[in-house]
Design a protein around this ligand. Structure first.
Ligand code: ATP
Ligand code: MG
Length: 427
C-alpha cells in the first residue's frame, strides 16, 4: 500500500466541514475590512524566497522544498505567502492603486520540519497584507482584524495577543551589539543552534524555543529600551489605538518573529491549549521588503494564521452535514419514476440520495439511518400505480402519503419551515 508522505495529511470529510467554516469566517471578516482575494502560485523561483525571507532564517536554511525543474530552473514550494503576494504586487503594478492596497490569500504552505501535532510539512494559512501605508493606526487595524477573526469563531477567551516593536533597521544594530555583549558570557549554556545564531543572527536567539535557553533569554536586555524615538512613537501610537478599540494585549519584548524582514510592530496570537505549537497566528510590519524585492519603496504589514491549529482549537463541536432526502424505489419501474424527481430535488438545492431499487426496504432504511437522513421517500409498484410516495420521517418514524408530482414542492416547503440539513455526528 502506498501511504501519504510523512508530515502531510488528508483532510477527511468529517473534518472538512470545520475547514469550510474557518475559511468562510476568514473571507467574511477580511472582506468586511476591505481586503480583496489574490491567489498566487504554489511555487516560485527559489531566489524570491531567499531574498524575501532572508538567507539566515530557519525557513530558507533548512525548511524549503527546493527542486530543479526540467528546464533547469531552481524552484521552491512556497513556505509562506508574503513573498509571492509582494512579487505579484510589483509585477502587476498594484502600487498605482489607492493606498493601502489590502490583499488576502488562503492556501497551503510547505516546510520541511519535524512533523508533530499541529506541525506539518504541508499546512495551510490565511494571510493578509496591507501595502503602501506606514500609519500606526493601520497596524492596530490589522491586529483588530486578526482578533475579530478569532472572535467570529468564538474563541476570544482562549487566546492571548502579544505585541512588540523590534525597531527599525537603522537602530537595530545598537541593540544587537548590547544583546551580543550580554549573550557572549552565556555562550556555553546556549543550545548548539543558538551558538550559531549568536554569530550569524543574534536577534533570533530571542525566538529560540529550547527550554535550556529560556532562563538566559528571559534576562536579556529589552529591545524596547533601544528603540529610536520614531519607533517608540510609532509603537506608543499602536498601543493607544488598540486601547481605544478595547483590545487587550501583552507587550513581549522577546517577540522578534522568525523572518528577517520585520521592522517595528510584530505580533503573535498564542493559545495555552496546543502544547509546544502554541502560536496560532503571527505577523508584523515589513517596510523595506517591497523595495528589497525590486519594487517601489512601499511599506507593508501583514499576518499569517495557521489554519491547522485553528481547526484543532475548534474541536469536534461542529457536525458534518446530513442528507435531506433519501429516495427508496422498490424495483426498476419506481427507480425510473424517481430518477427525474431526484434530479429536480437536487436542482432545488435539497441534498438527495437515490437508492438503486435492487435491495430490500429494511436494508435501505438502515442505510438511510446510517447516513443520517431526515426523510426517506419510499415508492413501490403499488405507490407508483397511485402516483403516490410514502414519506417517512426518520426521527419520529411517522409516515404519510404524498403525490409524487408534489415532492419537489413539498421539500421546498419543508426546507422553508425548518432546516432540512439535520446535523449528524462526525465519523
Ligand atoms: P512556529 O513558531 O510554530 O514554528 P512560525 O513562526 O514558523 O511558527 P509563521 O511563519 O509566523 O510561523 O507562520 C504563521 C503561523 O502558521 C504560525 O503561527 C502557525 O500557526 C502556522 N504554522 C507555521 N508552521 C507550521 C507548520 N509546519 N505546520 C502547521 N502550522 C504551521
Ligand atoms: Mg517555524
Amino acid at each position: 500500500m502506498i501511504k501519504a508522505v510523512r508530515g502531510v495529511r488528508d483532510i477527511l470529510p468529517s473534518e472538512a466541514r470545520r475547514w469550510q467554516r474557518v475559511e468562510a469566517a476568514a473571507r467574511q471578516v477580511f472582506e468586511a475590512y476591505g481586503y480583496a482575494e489574490i491567489r498566487v502560485p504554489l511555487f516560485e523561483r527559489t531566489e524570491l524566497f531567499a531574498r524575501g525571507i532572508g538567507d539566515e532564517t530557519d525557513i530558507v536554511k533548512k525548511e524549503m522544498y527546493t527542486f530543479e525543474d526540467r528546464g533547469g530552473d531552481s524552484l521552491t514550494l512556497r513556505p509562506e505567502a508574503t513573498a509571492g503576494v509582494l512579487r505579484a504586487y510589483i509585477e502587476h503594478g498594484f502600487h498605482v492603486e489607492p493606498k493601502p492596497v489590502r490583499l488576502y490569500t488562503l492556501g497551503p504552505m510547505f516546510r520541511y520540519e519535524r512533523p508533530q501535532a499541529g506541525r506539518y510539512r504541508q499546512f495551510h494559512q490565511a494571510n493578509i497584507e496591507a501595502l503602501g501605508e506606514t500609519h500606526p493606526a493601520l497596524d492596530a487595524e490589522v491586529i483588530a482584524l486578526l482578533m475579530d477573526f478569532f472572535e467570529h469563531l468564538g474563541f476570544k477567551e482562549r487566546l492571548a495577543l502579544h505585541i512588540n516593536s523590534i525597531g527599525d533597521a537603522g537602530t537595530r544594530p545598537a541593540y544587537i551589539a548590547r544583546l551580543v555583549e550580554y549573550l557572549t558570557p552565556h555562550r556555553a549554556e546556549l543550545c548548539p543552534e543558538c551558538q550559531v545564531r549568536l554569530e550569524r543572527n543574534p536577534l533570533r536567539v530571542l525566538d529560540c524555543k529550547t527550554p535550556g535557553c529560556q532562563p538566559i533569554i528571559e534576562k536579556a536586555p529589552s529591545i524596547l529600551d533601544s528603540l529610536s524615538s520614531d519607533a517608540t512613537r510609532h509603537f506608543d501610537s499602536v498601543r493607544r489605538c488598540l486601547e481605544a478599540m478595547g483590545i487587550s494585549y501583552a507587550v513581549d519584548p522577546r517577540l522578534v518573529r522568525g523572518l528577517d524582514y520585520y521592522v517595528r510592530t510584530t505580533f503573535e496570537v498564542r493559545t495555552t491549549e496546543l502544547g509546544a505549537q502554541n502560536a496560532v497566528a503571527g505577523g508584523g510590519r515589513y517596510d523595506g521588503l517591497i523595495a528589497q524585492l525590486g519594487g517601489p519603496p512601499d511599506p507593508g504589514i501583514g499576518f499569517a494564521i495557521g489554519l491547522e491549529r485553528v481547526v484543532l482549537l475548534l474541536g469536534e463541536e461542529h457536525r458534518s452535514r446530513a442528507l435531506s432526502a433519501f429516495l427508496i424505489p422498490l424495483g426498476e419501474a419506481p427507480l425510473l419514476r424517481l430518477m427525474p424527481i431526484a434530479r429536480a430535488l437536487r436542482q432545488a438545492g435539497v441534498s438527495t440520495e437515490l437508492a438503486f431499487g435492487d435491495r430490500k426496504l429494511q436494508r435501505e432504511l438502515d442505510r438511510a439511518n446510517r447516513v443520517g437522513v431526515r426523510y426517506a421517500v419510499i415508492v413501490g409498484d403499488s405507490e407508483l400505480e397511485q402516483g403516490q410516495a410514502i414519506i417517512r420521517d426518520m426521527k419520529s418514524r411517522q409516515q404519510r402519503s404524498e403525490a409524487l408530482d408534489d415532492l419537489p414542492e413539498l421539500f421546498r416547503r419543508l426546507a422553508a419551515e425548518q432546516p432540512l440539513d439535520d446535523e449528524r455526528p462526525t465519523r
